[in-house]
Design a binder for this molecule. Structure first.
Ligand SMILES: [Zn+2]
Ligand SMILES: [Zn+2]
Length: 182
């Protein structure tokens, strides 16, 4: 068995390239290694790092949700990586707006040139224009949401943004009012 890829760890890699402890830490903090306190949003993103694709996307190395969005522990809470990138390199996100991958439609991308803040209505209009239709939940997606929500580090609002639905819908899923797994 291969050793865990985290810094200085001598345990076996049991979950992908990491040991159980470091996999959990990556889930919670975005990176399996500890990071300095008081770090800025920009340094935090740089510390976790990204991979540049041939389309010019910067795909974060943070832990990713099943939908592909990265999430990162920052200032004692969890934030979506692309939102953190927007606040770090573009500016504050207007109240109630979401950050969209306007240029690339690539969830793990944190390239500020590919991000735009906008309303959910803007987002749905784009989806229409691009012929992608509105977000619809399926049993499989509902199960994914419940599984990831159970990790206990992300809020309903974050899931609502990731899945393009309202928080009420996420609420119904995580309490199994809808899409109960049978
Ligand atoms: Zn480890
Ligand atoms: Zn991109």
């Amino acid at each position: 068995m291969k050793p865990c890829a985290a810094d200085l760890c001598v345990s076996d890699a049991t979950v992908g390239v990491l040991c159980g402890k470091h996999h959990k830490r990556k889930w919670r903090y975005g990176s399996p290694n500890y990071y300095p306190k008081g770090i800025t949003a920009s340094d935090r993103l740089i510390y976790i790092g990204w991979v540049v694709t041939k389309n010019g996307c910067w795909e974060t190395n943070a832990h990713k949700l099943k939908k592909g969005y990265g999430h990162i522990g920052f200032n004692q809470s969890q934030v979506l990586a692309h939102r953190l990138a927007y606040t770090a390199w573009v500016g504050p996100i207007p109240e109630g707006e979401i950050v969209r991958h306007f240029v690339c439609d690539n969830p793990p991308c944190i390239n500020p040139d590919h991000l735009r803040a906008g309303t959910v209505a803007d987002n749905n209009r784009d989806r229409d224009l691009k012929g992608r239709g509105y977000s619809k939940l399926t049993q499989e997606i509902a199960n994914d949401i419940r599984e990831e929500f159970a990790m206990g580090v992300l809020t309903r609002r974050m899931f609502a943004e990731v899945y393009g639905v309202c928080t009420g819908t996420i609420d119904d899923v995580v309490t199994s009012r809808t899409w109960r797994n049978i």
